[in-house]
Design a binder for this molecule. Structure first.
Ligand SMILES: Nc1nc2c(ncn2[C@@H]2O[C@H](COP(=O)(O)OP(=O)(O)OP(=O)(O)O)[C@@H](O)[C@H]2O)c(=O)[nH]1
Length: 223
């Protein structure tokens, strides 16, 4: 990962943290991939972040891979996130493997109402360790936290798994927007921090940041 906030650099290197020469609309760029089983809500999560909308109704599975850009400002630095929405279905796995290497950050989702999507997180992490960069930022997300009546995975189980792998964790809802922006802001802050710390700037710990900022679902403690 290279580049300094605000520094002009030749070209808009894919996934690099650099500014293009003639387009000062952002200071850094970073690639973020959404991963997780089919149906956990990756596409809805991205649409909620990008457009502030929730697509309810018929579920249309992603085919292959799709992407959207969004610029977020963290501590005065504009970070352009290029967000790749991958297909969760097994048959598209070989397509998505090809993109892992370029990603600086991964949002790994399970569905709190679907046990197998949670059980499969370990397999996803194995795959990530095989195909992604060693220093990739990973955030674990338990999505659909709005559906408390169908919850089968306790918040504590997500916390425990995240702690085991040393990654930040939060529950989210692509429907209500709970913690959606925070997930991307945490990544943008981490990428900005990695690109170069300013003098007198305190160090940044993504796990501490997420813990201090995340909202918790109002009723999630049982199961
Ligand atoms: N209640 C609720 N439903 C959600 C939420 N997120 C997604 N859904 C629903 O879950 C279904 C699947 O959502 P998608 O975003 O298409 O799932 P995906 O992970 O992108 O699936 P693939 O493209 O097959 O990998 C849709 O019917 C959504 O409306 C959420 O946070 N809360």
């Amino acid at each position: 990962m290279t580049g300094t906030p605000g520094a002009a650099a030749a070209g808009d290197g894919e996934g690099s943290l650099r500014s293009p020469p003639c387009s000062p609309s952002y200071d850094l760029t970073g690639k973020v991939m959404l991963l997780g089983d089919s149906g956990v809500g990756k596409t809805c999560f991205l649409i909620q972040f990008k457009d502030g909308a929730f697509l309810s109704g018929t579920f249309i599975a992603t085919v292959g891979i799709d992407f959207r850009n969004k610029v977020v400002t963290v501590d005065g630095v504009r970070v352009k996130l290029q967000i790749w929405d991958t297909a969760g279905q097994e048959r598209f796995r070989s397509v998505t493997h090809a993109y892992y290497r370029d990603a600086q950050a991964l949002l790994l989702l399970y569905d709190i109402t679907n046990k197998s999507s949670f059980d499969n997180i370990r397999a996803w992490l194995t795959e990530i360790h095989e195909y992604a960069r060693r220093d990739v930022v990973i955030v674990l997300l338990g999505n659909k936290a709005d559906v408390s009546s169908e919850r089968v995975i306790r918040s504590e189980d997500g916390e425990t798994l995240a702690r085991e792998y040393g990654v930040p964790f939060m529950e989210t809802s692509a429907k209500t927007g709970m913690n959606v922006e925070l997930a991307f802001l945490a990544i943008a802050k981490e990428l900005k921090h990695r690109a170069g710390r300013q003098a007198n700037e305190p160090s940044f710990q993504i796990r501490d940041y997420v813990e201090s900022q995340k909202k918790r679902p109002s009723c999630c403690s049982f199961v």
